[in-house]
Design a binder for this molecule. Structure first.
Ligand code: GDP
Ligand code: MG
Length: 371
């Protein structure tokens, strides 16, 4: 690993970069100003100037604190799948999500209209649930990649049958492949004149993706999101894929999961949509996410109905955090208020130092020094 650049090292030691470069040359190492140095070289050069170097990997340190105990196999129960819908603009992602949401609202339920909270869970007539992430698919994946969280089990790639594989279709496919998330292809707009699903399958085959209709392993379903045609069959295929994945979680532990979105509401304070991925979150739990923390004062489902707990794969809106964590950030429940506060504050400090480093090119967390 390379840590800091020649100029950053010079800054830390309060010497000119020319001096650092010339010391390096004296040691037989040719470097340029912006070149990043590995630990060995940093130590060598620093000692030439009379410095001892101490490497502190703060992020590692915090990750270790975050380490979560594994579940025993006998505590695991199956959980519902978390699905992301992706595809090219105008191919019908929003229409599909809207249709699924409306078709599965429990009749007569108070506040039956689903709020837009970035995720919702549908309860199907066969008793099974599916959680849909209702954030732009590529954003979900970018956030996931940036923070190493895995928040989706299955990707539904929507492709308009009257169009073709488009740039964002390719992007969606490569995101799913990179994250190792199985794909189901929903070929949409089959109600339209000029819809030609075979052409889509052929183009997919050209990308080495063979759908079931063409004897391959990827499930495909022709639908009309607008008319709701075959959407029930698509949901069945999602459940089938989920069964193959054998998704499990332990509902009888403290909750861990990810942030879907967060914002500040004038009346209610910070409003955070979370997705529980393991355990069960309860009202009153002490949650830490990134540099923020707080007790869950109240919890709601996507129909704005008050709930007391949210189990594995359930999205929920929570009130009570002292700030808005970033989308994709993980969260965890703590017992000790002092510990929760300490962890959140230390993360805030690291972020401040990183911000400072970006501005002034000074590294405090990667290299500490003692004269
Ligand atoms: P998104 O950009 O992928 O979210 O696409 P939208 O859901 O906003 O759909 C783009 C346009 O295609 C809208 O005008 C929809 O009404 C239309 N559309 C979506 N699905 C269908 C469908 O199955 N059939 C037809 N005829 N139009 C559709
Ligand atoms: Mg849309």
């Amino acid at each position: 690993t390379e840590f800091i650049s020649v100029s950053e090292l010079a800054n830390l030691m309060d010497v000119s970069f020319a001096e650092v470069i010339s010391k390096c040359m004296g040691l037989g190492i040719m470097v340029s100003i912006n070149q990043r140095l590995d630990a060995e070289v940093i130590e060598l050069v620093a000692s030439e100037f009379g410095f001892d170097v101490e490497f502190i990997d703060m992020e590692k340190q915090l990750e270790m604190e975050e380490e979560i105990e594994e579940d025993d196999a006998e505590d695991l129960q199956s959980r519902s799948p978390i699905v992301t819908i992706m595809g090219h603009v105008d191919h019908g992602k929003t229409s599909l999500l809207d249709y699924i949401r409306k078709a599965n609202v429990v009749a007569g339920e108070a506040g039956g209209i689903t709020q837009h909270i970035g995720a919702y869970q549908v309860n199907l007539p066969n008793g099974k649930d599916i959680t849909f992430l209702d954030t732009p698919g590529h954003e979900a994946f970018t956030a996931m990649r940036a923070r190493g969280a895995k928040i989706t089990d299955i990707a539904v790639i929507v492709i308009a049958a009257d169009d073709a594989i488009m740039p964002q279709t390719r992007e969606a496919i490569s995101h799913a492949q990179a994250a190792n998330v199985p794909m189901i292809f929903a070929v949409n707009k089959i109600d339209k004149d000029g819809a030609n699903p075979q052409k889509i399958y052929e183009q997919l085959a050209g990308m080495n993706i063979l759908v079931e209709a063409w004897g391959g392993k990827f499930q495909n379903q022709e639908i009309s999101a607008k008319q709701g045609l075959n959407v029930d069959l698509l949901l069945e295929k999602i459940l089938l894929e989920a069964e193959l994945l054998d998704l499990k979680a332990n509902p009888d532990r403290e909750a861990t999961g990810s942030i879907i979105e967060a914002s500040l509401d004038k009346g209610r304070g910070y409003v955070t949509t979370i997705l529980v991925q393991n355990g069960t979150l309860q009202t009153g739990d002490l949650v830490v996410s990134g540099q923020h923390y707080g007790r869950v004062k109240a919890m709601f489902n996507e129909r704005n109905k008050r709930i007391d707990e949210a189990g594995p794969s359930a999205p929920a809106v929570i009130l009570g955090l002292n700030g808005a964590p970033q989308a994709g950030e993980k969260f965890k429940v703590y017992h000790d208020e002092a510990e929760a506060k300490d962890i959140a504050n230390r993360r805030a400090q690291i972020l401040r130092e990183q911000g400072m480093r970006a501005k002034k090119h000074i590294t405090l967390d990667e290299i500490g020094r003692r004269l």
